[in-house]
Ligand binder design. Structure first.
Ligand code: FAD
Length: 414
């Protein structure tokens, strides 16, 4: 009888969902000659609704904190003790040839690394944002510290610049605009001076490039109503001091744009995309876009058997997002079940056949602009502002996350 580790890296939508799904629907059907343990590795002891960051960064009053941040380990107490282990730590090296992962433990006061040999591994380490205000780039304590620094400087800020015209940048600008300036009625959109002018700098010719131009225009009007102006076709070329907005949240910044414009905001928020968390993976396993090269069965073929990736870190999905990840989990786990059963010598109908992910490439994107307005498209159809508010703007999807973190989302095998 042997002990087999199924390691999952990342404590967010991809990792936590995979862990619940395996514990509910896969581990119980594996032959009992071996014991299997799911090990979930995450730098943070809590999962969070990352989508809510553009509003949550402003104040703890914005959301019930116990729903926004949820302890990971207790959500897994529902499973047999020996089937699950939570490790608060950061994967520092994947040795795929020797099928080991090295994890630096976050719970230890002295640097301590654990080497774990794996039977199967799922990489779900997602992405980091340039601004540390927009997600769990490290652990929850770090995020709270960044928010505290930001909140301390916000009341005295006389101007803010947000770089990036994608959803994160636009949502952040809209939330800050409404919070600091209110919505028009207090001032007319074109002529009045907002209390705190907010500028979005975007390299594109329109904001929200995934949406139709007419919808982007509507977003601009909503933004203008809360004191946000847009500079298009320009990128931030230099930032002084260089860590402003990244390492130093409360620093005034001098920004030089590539068209020569100079901006000097009291707060600078770079919301310019994300970078995959793949620093611990051999570059031979990465694709051109820096993500892990993953096929549509979620296997990383180059890494050997039973090595998988899912979520924003995986290369096989173009339009990342939580709804997409949730549609990937049953397919990934069906293929893992098949591989794990094949290893035990089972074959034919007992193991089922491979399932293949096919992405829906129609545009689906909702962008709240403050607490009452928003723009969006779902499966290619324009959504009215009210529907964007109803689905997302009310609480940035917080109404959906309890089921994901608790595993209820995966009550049935699908
Ligand atoms: C500001 C913002 C707003 C968003 N809004 C929306 C939205 O409205 N709708 C939507 O569908 N999507 C939205 N997204 C995208 C959505 O948040 C992501 O698609 C989703 O979080 C990806 O989940 P994931 O599990 O792949 O990775 P992530 O959520 O990125 O989580 C990765 C996890 O891996 C951990 N990790 C990182 N490195 C390591 C390591 N070396 N070892 C172990 N663990 C590690 C991290 O701590 C984290 O727990 C938004 C993203 C941002 C930044």
């Amino acid at each position: 009888m042997g002990h087999k580790n199924i390691v999952i890296l990342g404590g967010s939508y991809g990792g936590i969902s995979t862990a619940h799904y395996l514990l509910r629907h896969v581990i119980p059907v594996l032959p009992t000659e071996d014991t299997y343990q799911v090990l979930l590795v995450s730098p943070s002891s809590q999962a969070m609704c990352r989508q809510a960051c553009p509003r949550a960064m402003i104040s703890d009053e914005m959301f019930p904190q116990e729903k926004l941040f949820v302890d990971i380990a207790p959500s897994f107490e529902q499973y047999p003790k020996d089937h699950f282990r939570f490790i608060q730590g950061t994967a520092t090296q994947l040795d795929h040839n020797n099928r080991s992962i090295y994890v630096q433990l976050n719970t230890s006061t002295v640097p301590e690394t654990e080497k774990i040999e794996f039977h199967a591994i799922v990489i779900a380490t997602g992405t980091s944002t340039t601004s540390p205000l927009l997600g769990l780039n490290r652990d929850e304590l770090y995020l709270h510290q960044q928010w505290a620094t930001f909140r301390a400087v916000l009341p005295t800020a006389k101007s803010i610049v947000v770089a990036g015209g994608g959803p994160s940048g636009i949502e952040t600008a809209g939330e800050l605009g409404e919070f600091l300036n209110g919505r028009s009625g207090c001032f007319t959109s074109k002529t009045a001076t907002p209390k705190v002018p907010i500028t979005v700098v975007t390299g594109g010719s329109q904001i929200l490039p995934a949406l139709r131009p007419a919808i982007a225009k509507k977003a601009e009007k909503y933004l203008s109503d809360v004191g946000v102006t847009i500079i298009k076709n320009a990128r931030v070329k230099t930032v002084t001091p260089s860590g402003a907005g990244i390492d130093i949240i409360d620093s005034k910044a001098t920004l030089t744009l590539d068209d020569g414009t100079i901006l000097t905001p009291d707060i600078y928020i770079p919301a310019t995309g994300v970078s995959p968390n793949t620093g611990f993976i051999d570059s031979a396993l990465l694709s051109n876009n820096g993500r892990v090269e993953t096929d549509n069965t979620f296997r990383i073929e180059k890494a050997g058997p039973r090595v998988y990736a899912v979520g924003d870190v995986a290369s096989n999905v173009q339009n990342t997002g939580v709804h997409v990840i949730l549609s990937c989990i049953p397919i990934l786990c069906a293929n893992m079940k098949r591989d794990l059963l094949l290893y035990t010598g089972k074959e034919g109908v007992a193991v089922g056949s491979d399932r293949v992910f096919k992405e829906d490439l129609r545009t689906s994107q909702m962008v709240p602009i403050g607490r009452n307005k928003g723009v969006g498209e779902a499966m290619g159809y324009q959504l009215p502002s009210f529907l964007v508010w109803l689905a997302k703007g009310r609480d940035y999807w917080l109404w959906t996350t309890a089921n994901v973190w608790s595993g209820k989302q995966w009550a049935k095998e699908s």
